[in-house]
Design a protein around this ligand. Structure first.
Ligand SMILES: [Zn+2]
Length: 661
């Protein structure tokens, strides 16, 4: 837990232009700065940073928020990680509260493992400058066409042939042997001897999403009876099924380009990056897993698979297609010309040629499966095998409409009827559903039998981006009331502490100067007089958050600032949206009104309350109507509806008279 005072101190210290400026080059324009948006592709700048308000806003894609939300969005990290990043940037110490002794031990152990991995990465990299590291390791990277800048960017290195080179250097630097073993850098034989796991190999560090070294993938340069790659085992830092090689360097570009290229090998990733294609990752020495696909999905829904065109590559691509489609994402594929993989192709061609090749040869999965399998079409037995492969891929798509689109394409390509394909798809889906049901039962049994089952390690938050729900727009539970509730929040966030100066002939006139109410109090009185709360949880949370600070006597500016740094990301985003945009009120003509703010507040705040009440009655009527069918006493329900309808008419008339809605 980070104490609130520390968060407040951080929020008081950060300068939005300073934080954004670390990632984007800003140009001053008046009181603001402008830049090309880092979150979407654009040629003319529509991304504005306003230091006086501490906020940014893109008028192209609509992204907006404060320094914390910028770091979260740009680095794809959680709220806590963003706060830690900012604390680090401004040298503000975070003193954790309520950390148990056990948590402290665990955190320190964790930090020690991170440190020893970092040491190993620097040790391996350092070896490239002299001795066998230079003559063998560096020479290898050079032979693959890699420049020194690229080698440094990816932290590539050389593990020496000596049995204990890393071990001895780490011990001399003060690291404990147990951490070398736990991090998977060293091995212990039965007789107790400890040796380096990686020897005489080029080293590719594997990074977490946040760019920390958590494992290594190491390739031998020898030929013969020896494993080509040796990778780190799973450790407390590293779960290979959840990591993607290159993700830290690629993630922002993946989000910006709205596409992820998925290559087979580490070298493909590095070479493509050096050529200028930066939104590329590879699965870490394993067949692609569903967790890896979900990791990609945090940044984009579009994946282009560029595996080798040999039998193994095609087989791996087929599995990847099914996994990606199964997550509801879009997949396209690329086949490189005979004998080429992305690495060899890049070394023979320029970026422009590569881009032209990609845009000219990218194909959907049906075309790909057809392309790599069309030789089988003439053989009756093999033909049905191909048809089933296509049908089974389509069966993975969760959405029925999208499935039927691909069925039509596939039927035309394969020269068979849609019905035949559908039949196979239905059977495959039924079997998959049955298997999933069984798996869920097994899982349930497993949980029931292990009393202290822990769903997820607490510290995994350090390695993976924010939980998915933080990246998704919050659901609106009640559409009927959505706009009316949002309008009221608009008034709270923009004018909550403004006084409502009703004329003496107004029905809301309080009678004396001292009793004048402000906008927030007026709205709260109106809602609480009949005990109503907002129906949509997002708005209810924002409402509560507003009044929490309001009741703590914060100024309007302070309240908004605190709401924008609220740990509930949805509330923070909503606050930013309401306070930055020229929000379009349901009460429409306010933007064109030339009157002073105080005058239109007096008119439109009460009107928004009336509108809110009108919507609530409408909702009550809708709810009763939907129950009418199975109500035991239909007459009573009908009577209630008639009463509500009368009230509804009156309130509509009141709204209509002013012709402002
Ligand atoms: Zn944008």
């Amino acid at each position: 837990m980070i104490p609130q005072e520390t968060i407040d101190l951080i929020m008081d210290t950060v300068r939005i232009d300073d934080v954004v400026g670390d990632f984007v080059s800003l140009k001053r324009r008046g009181a603001s700065f402008v830049a090309c948006c880092p979150f979407h592709n654009e040629k003319t700048p529509s991304f504005y940073v306003t230091p006086s308000k501490g906020i940014y806003k893109c008028f192209g894609c609509g992204k907006a928020g404060n320094a914390v939300s910028f770091v979260m969005e740009h680095e794809h990290c959680s709220y806590v990680e963003a706060i830690r990043y900012l604390a680090d940037k401004y040298h503000i110490e975070i003193v954790e509260e309520q950390e148990s002794a056990e948590q402290i031990v665990q955190r320190q152990r964790h930090e020690s493992l991170m440190l020893v991995m970092d040491f190993a990465q620097k040790f391996y990299s350092g070896n490239l400058s002299s001795g066998e590291g230079r003559s063998v390791g560096h020479a290898y990277y050079r032979s693959r066409g890699l420049e020194d800048a690229t080698i440094a960017e990816y932290g590539l290195g050389w593990a020496p042939s000596s049995r204990t080179a890393l071990h001895d250097a780490a011990i001399a630097a003060g690291f404990k042997e147990e951490y070398l073993l736990e991090a998977g850098l060293c091995l212990q034989y039965d007789d107790g001897t400890v040796v380096d796991r990686f020897r005489e190999r080029v080293t590719f560090p594997i990074h977490s999403v946040n760019g920390k070294t958590i494992a290594f993938s190491c390739r031998t340069l020898k030929t013969g009876d020896i494993a080509k790659y040796v990778n780190s085992p799973d450790t407390p830092l590293y779960d290979k099924s959840r990591c993607l090689y290159g993700i830290a360097l690629a993630k922002s570009e993946i989000a910006r380009q709205e596409r992820c290229y998925l290559a087979e090998g580490n070298v493909d990733v590095v070479t493509l990056h050096q050529t200028g294609v930066r939104n590329v990752v590879a699965s870490c020495g394993t067949a692609l897993t569903v967790q890896q696909v979900r990791l990609i999905k945090k940044f984009t829904e579009n994946v282009t698979v560029m595996y080798d065109g040999d039998a193994a590559g095609i087989h791996a691509a087929q599995k990847a297609i099914n996994l990606i489609l199964g997550e509801g994402m879009n997949v396209s594929l690329l086949l490189f010309p005979d004998g080429d993989d992305p690495d060899s192709y890049c070394r023979k061609h320029t970026l422009e040629e590569l881009q032209a090749f990609i845009s000219g040869h990218e194909m959907d999965f049906v075309s790909y499966l057809y392309e790599v399998g069309k030789d089988r079409l003439h053989d009756p037995v093999k033909r049905s095998g191909l048809i089933n492969e296509v049908a089974d891929a389509i069966a993975c798509i969760p959405d029925a409409v999208r499935r039927s689109v691909f069925v039509d394409t596939a039927a035309a390509k394969l020269g068979i009827s849609s019905e035949a394909l559908f039949e196979r798809i239905i059977r495959t889906r039924a079997r998959a559903a049955e298997e999933q049901r069984k798996a869920e039962i097994r899982e349930q049994r497993y949980r029931d039998n292990i009393p202290d089952y822990i769903p997820q390690q607490q510290d995994s938050a350090d390695f993976y981006p924010a939980p998915e729900q933080q990246l998704q727009a919050p659901a609106i539970e009640n559409k009927t009331l959505q706009q009316a509730e949002k309008d009221l929040l608009y008034f709270l966030v923009t004018h909550g502490r403004d006084t409502l100066d009703f004329e003496s002939d107004s029905e809301y006139y309080s009678g004396s100067e001292e009793d004048k109410t402000d906008v927030a109090q007026f709205i709260r009185d109106a809602l609480e007089s009949d005990g109503s709360v907002m129906a949509n949880s997002l708005y209810r949370n924002a409402y509560d958050e507003y009044f929490r600070h309001y009741d703590a006597l914060c100024s309007q500016d302070e309240i908004v600032r605190k709401m924008m740094s609220c740990p509930d990301r949805a509330v923070a985003d909503l606050t930013a949206e309401l306070s930055i945009e020229k929000y379009r009120l349901t009460v429409r003509n306010f933007a064109s009104s030339m009157t002073a703010t105080s005058s239109w507040l007096v008119a439109f705040v009460p009107k928004s309350i009336i509108y809110y009440n009108e919507r609530r009655i409408q909702y009550a009527i809708d709810t009763l109507r939907s129950k009418l069918g199975d109500a035991s006493d239909q007459t009573a329900v009908m009577q209630k509806i008639v009463k509500l309808q009368a009230a509804h008419r009156r309130i509509k008339e009141k709204l209509g008279r002013d012709k402002t809605i």
